[in-house]
Design a protein around this ligand. Structure first.
Ligand code: FBP
Length: 548
């Protein structure tokens, strides 16, 4: 395989780690825990794994000897930079327990477990993937692990390979499934521990104990680099408004972090749109006002950042999507039989009056995109909805009306962009390379201490890596009950942007100035070699959240 000069040099990077993991460790247990909500129901559903304590690893002066252990690993859901380092960390961690330990990777996500499709990850394979982006070492997939038959089929291969622990590297949904599987295997005395690792560029799998999901740091830095380049072009040509949609299925963490890094003229925060009960028209008018005010100063250019999931946060649209989700889940087969040209009318006829009216008012393309197949977790695939085009077009229409009324007299030409896939497999930043390796190594510690139903956790992440705190958090602690596919299910509560939190408040205090004055920042590309203030900076979100 031909490699770039950077790939070759980066392969020998040694991730920085907490000192507590460098030698023999002991495990310290905290108090019993509770789920974030719906405690009685979660406790009833997870009798074996509910209420477990948070644990942390501390240096120990006693060296233990461990029997060899076989571990299985799954990469689940969307790619996120650093996944290969989690796997390298697990590998090195279990080899450190006992050099005869073995690691097996299931191919293409949870489906690999069910279909018994696996590969043994040897030192030679692992070394090829250290510090690289992507999930291609074993591939990833979105099959939902939720049925007893799948769990039983998985157990056959786990037993055949003598795997004692299965580690699922995934987002909120995949870690929810890890928790359900841990409970099931514990209930039937399967002798298999199940652990999770917090992955997702979306940044919405975080809480008191999980400070960040891996991949968020690198992905935001890649998008910020490209947005910065666009802003420099925009400020050079001074003739376009750039509408830039950014990934992040639900929460606006990516858009917010990029805004803090590049200081655009406008950034939508979906959670605020919802909190202010804004309609699509309110949002369009708000953006158009900024365009018009800049035009008055002779600035017919600018940048607008759009979180991918915004459409689901406009309350009226949210109600429409909720009804569509239930409707499509309960009438899937019937809907598939309807002719393509008739689908729109069929939906208009079947929905409640309020939702039917909104649906009928949407441009045809967007209406169709809203009915496309849901992902296996029942989510609308928002990356397929061209919100950036919808908003650019509708702002144009609004400005044309204002022009007629003499309220606006500028020029409005647009370019649209969507950044998502560009960042998900980038070579991990130092932060992600270090964080991921530590998450993997910590998971190996949880294996050694016989933990199940835990998520690997590395905290104190704005301090130097040597001071990070490694341990585990019971996944049941993060669960609440939510409606999915028309049924109430236990799921990990998603962390949306907190409108009272420091990152949003910092943005809100500065956005009016960014709208009027061209205050663009050009972050440039991620640096892998050089001074620590250039290479090792965490995200602004993390720094602000931790009061730094
Ligand atoms: P995960 O939640 O699985 O980490 O995926 C995140 C994400 O990148 C979202 O930002 C995006 O909406 C979605 O995946 C796209 O999914 P797909 O890769 O299936 O196109």
């Amino acid at each position: 395989m031909t490699k770039s000069a950077l790939q070759i040099a980066r392969a020998s990077y040694q991730p920085k780690m907490p000192v507590s993991l460098l030698g023999p460790v002991k495990m310290v247990e905290g108090e019993a825990t509770q789920s974030v909500a719906d405690q009685e129901e979660i406790k009833r559903l997870f009798p074996k794994t509910y209420g477990l304590p948070v644990v942390k690893f501390m240096p120990s002066d006693q060296k233990h000897s461990y029997a060899p252990v076989n571990v299985g690993v799954i990469l689940s859901g969307g790619q996120a930079p650093g996944g290969h380092n989690v796997i390298a960390g697990i590998f090195d961690g279990i080899k450190n327990l006992n050099p005869a330990s073995r690691l097996f990777g299931f191919i293409l996500g949870p489906a690999g477990l069910i279909e018994h499709n696996y590969v043994e990850l040897t030192a030679e394979i692992i070394d090829e993937y250290r510090n690289t982006g992507g999930f291609d070492i074993i591939g990833s997939g979105r099959t939902k692990l939720e049925k007893k038959e799948q769990f039983d089929k998985g157990l056959i291969i786990l037993k055949a390979l003598d795997i004692k622990t299965l580690i699922i590297i995934g987002g909120d949904d995949s870690n929810t499934n890890a928790c359900v599987l841990a409970e099931y295997y514990a209930a039937i005395n399967a002798g298999v521990q199940v652990l999770g690792c917090p992955k997702t560029i979306d940044g919405d799998l975080k809480n008191k104990m999980i400070e960040a999901s891996f991949g968020f740091d690198t992905a935001c830095k890649v998008y910020s680099e490209v947005i910065g380049n666009i802003q420099r072009d925009c400020n050079s040509a001074r003739k376009y408004w750039h509408f830039i949609k950014l990934m992040g299925r639900s929460a606006s963490h990516i858009a917010l972090e990029c805004a803090l890094q590049v200081q655009p003229n406008y950034c939508i925060i979906s959670e605020e749109v919802e909190a202010k009960n804004m309609s699509l028209d309110d949002l369009i008018a708000d953006i158009a006002r900024v365009v018009a005010q800049r035009a008055e100063q002779g600035n017919n250019f600018g940048t607008v950042l759009i979180p991918e999931g915004v459409i689901e946060f406009i309350p009226a649209m949210k109600r429409l999507i909720a009804e569509l989700n239930d409707f499509l889940a309960s009438r899937k087969e019937e809907f598939e039989l309807i002719r393509q040209s008739e689908k729109r009318n069929y939906i208009i006829k079947m929905l409640s009056k309020e939702n039917s009216d909104i649906y009928a008012s949407l441009p045809e393309g967007v209406a169709k995109q809203l009915t496309l197949e849901r992902d296996p977790h029942g989510n609308v695939q928002v990356s397929l909805i061209e919100t950036e085009k919808l908003l650019a077009e509708m702002v144009g229409v609004k400005l044309a009306e204002w022009k007629k009324d003499g309220k606006y007299n500028g020029k409005f030409s647009t370019q649209t962009h969507f950044f998502g896939y560009e960042g998900r497999c980038a070579a991990p930043s130092n932060f992600d390379a270090d964080y991921c390796y530590s998450l993997g190594y910590t998971a190996a510690g949880l294996v050694a201490f016989g933990k199940t139903g835990y998520m690997s956790s590395v905290r104190n992440t704005t301090a130097p890596a040597s001071e990070w705190i490694a341990g585990g958090v019971p996944i049941t602690m993060m669960l609440n009950m939510e409606r999915r596919n028309n049924e109430m299910k236990p799921v990990i509560q998603k962390a949306l942007v907190d409108l009272e939190g420091a990152p949003f408040k910092n943005f809100a205090a500065k956005r009016a100035a960014w709208a009027m004055h061209t205050s663009y920042v050009y972050p440039g590309p991620i640096q892998y070699f050089g001074p620590t203030e250039v290479c090792d900076q965490p995200t602004k979100t993390l720094l602000l959240e931790q009061g730094k």
